[in-house]
Structure formats: structure tokens, C-alpha cells
Write a protein that binds this ligand. Sequence first.
Ligand code: CA
Length: 219
Amino acid sequence: MRILIVEDDADLAGRLRTRLVREGYAVDVAANGIDGAHLGATEAYDAAVLDLGLPGKPGLAVLRDWRAAGNTLPVLILTARDGWAERVEGLQAGADDYLGKPFHVEELLARLQALLRRAAPAQAPELRVGGWRLDEGRQCLVAEDGTEQALTGTEFRLLRYFMRHPGAVLSKTHLSEHVYDYDSERDSNVIEVYVRRLRTLLGPDRIETRRGQGYVFRA
Ligand code: CA
């Protein structure tokens, strides 16, 4: 899953990026409202963290533009600690959640995960496939007897995306857009290689190939 952070505080943005990458998300950072608005309108994200106080274009204007264009990207806004009026305006403009500064990164992470769960069709907090459970914290598969199967970063990101969207036809391009960040070289053919590896782990029938369309994951 891919997250957009729009935050001009470079230190905060850097800390958030590091933490989210460690949690297995692909992350892009925009340091001003103009770049943020553009990325959010043109790239495929699963959620955005949007600061309201931004140079170039205020966060509220960014959010209003996205919503006016029909963009339903889940958005968590960052507001001043005592900014209740800001929070109300943000929610009215279409924010899905908010967090006042300063905040603990743990809380941001929990709220973001809740937003992603609400947005994805598979809402169960526990992701299961066959006899496996996906441990999102430790980024591995765990069998019922406790046996663990390690996953590489890309395997984890791809499998989690599949598990959050069971039954949907997902093209290679779509998958690579949600699994890699903007700066990664996005060769959608690499997705084939990872799908093959996931089939080796989960059995050949879990990921069905639809010729010319993409893949369908069966939970
Ligand atoms: Ca700011």
C-alpha cells in the first residue's frame, strides 16, 4: 500500500517516512501544497497524511481540490494542537480523520491503519489465507502451529495488497503503482516474478491469472 505525506516540516516528514517504510508501506513525501495536490491527483495512493499549514497552497485548499475532482483518497489531516476550528473545517472539507500536533507516531500509525482498513474491501483486522495468517507487524506469514514464513519487503507489500482486495481484478500496472513509491523503478513485469514467488508459498490456485487483465486473489 502506498501513502502520500504532505508536510513541510522536513524533520517530521522524514521521521514519518522512515517509520511507514519500516511498516511495509511505499511512501512519497511532498514538502508543499502544490506538489502535494499534484501527486495526490495523479498518482495511485491508498491514503494521504496532509498537514494543513503548508507553503504554496494551504492543506485545506489541497483537500477541497481533491474532493471537488471526485478524488476519494482517504485523508488524515494534521492540525495545530488547539486548532478545533481547523479540524471542523478539515472534516467538512472531506477529511476522514485528524490528528493534532504534536502527536505520537504510534497514534498516527494506528489511525492510518484504521483508515486503510475502512477503505479496503477486506475489513478484517486479521488477514488470513489458507492456513496462514499475515502478521503485519512482523511482515511474515504464520501457520496455525506457529511456523513462520519470512517475506521480503516487496513480497509482503504485494501480498498485503492482494489480501486487502480479494476477488478484484488487479492489473500489473495497478499493483506496481500501489506497491512501489514514486522514485522506485516501476517495472510492472517484476510483479510477475513476485506473483510466481507468492504462488510457490501459498499454492498455485490463490492467485489466478486473467489474461490481458491481471490477477485475482482468492482468500
Ligand atoms: Ca506545516
